[in-house]
Design a protein around this ligand. Structure first.
Ligand code: DX5
Ligand code: ZN
Length: 217
């Protein structure tokens, strides 16, 4: 039975009020705080770095879920751990030696995730599924918040659910990008365990209530 986890993406938070935003998440039904790290190379944007992650971690009572949209993840895994990572996910498209990278993440004591861009087939995952704790499917092209959800994600989730149930049923299936009240319930039904939501949560009038509503989707 899939879980229903919600991970608000801090990318959409008000960076002028980090402590206040984290405290709102602490008081809410947030399961993980999703942290988007971008390098301006793997994706055409730069988000924030480890000093900001440390500031979030300092106030956070919720576990942190790191999504690395960077070309070279290996040199930064320890920084993620020091900044409070409980999950570290790296892109299939960025990691030449993916097995080595996910093994290192597990050795450091975090859950290891692999991320697929919208165009990448889940068939690419067959050999790595026994070695990871989480698969993150992008439902937008990574790099920016506030984009439209790509509808073909639903069939991709169903296909991945079947594959995961056969190969490694412990895996968490996470979806990221354009998640809102119109697609959350169908994503959970398709087999997702965890939904990332940035703009839909932080731009709403009552973010904590929006998080609670998504959990009930
Ligand atoms: C996109 C990031 C997402 C993003 C989601 O590159 O990986 O986590 O913050 O934001 P929304 O929910 O606004 O699409
Ligand atoms: Zn993300």
């Amino acid at each position: 039975m899939p879980q229903k986890l919600i991970a608000p993406s801090f990318l959409a938070a008000d960076f002028g009020n980090v402590q206040q935003e984290v405290e709102m998440l602490n008081q809410s039904e947030t399961d993980y705080i999703h942290i988007d790290i971008m390098d301006g190379v793997f994706v055409p944007n730069i988000s924030f770095g480890f000093p900001v992650c440390q500031a979030i971690h300092k106030h956070a009572k919720k576990p942190m879920d790191f999504h690395l949209m960077i070309e070279h993840a290996d040199p930064y895994l320890e920084d993620c751990m020091k900044a409070g990572a409980e999950i570290i996910s790296v892109h299939y498209e960025a990691c030449r030696h993916l097995h080595r990278t996910v093994s290192e993440i597990r050795n450091l004591g975090a859950k290891a995730g692999v991320v697929l861009n919208p165009h990448s087939s889940i068939d690419l995952l067959e050999e790595i599924l026994p070695h990871v704790d989480l698969v993150l499917l992008m439902s937008v092209n990574p790099g920016f918040g506030g984009q439209n959800f790509i509808e073909t994600t639903f069939s991709k989730v169903r296909k991945l659910r079947a594959m995961v149930d056969t190969i490694n049923p412990e895996i968490i299936i996470e979806i990221d990008g354009g998640v809102n009240d119109k697609n959350a319930s169908e994503l959970f039904k398709a087999g997702a365990d965890m939904l990332v939501a940035g703009s839909f949560v932080f731009k709403s009038d009552d973010p904590a209530q929006t998080i609670a509503n998504l959990k009930k989707a």
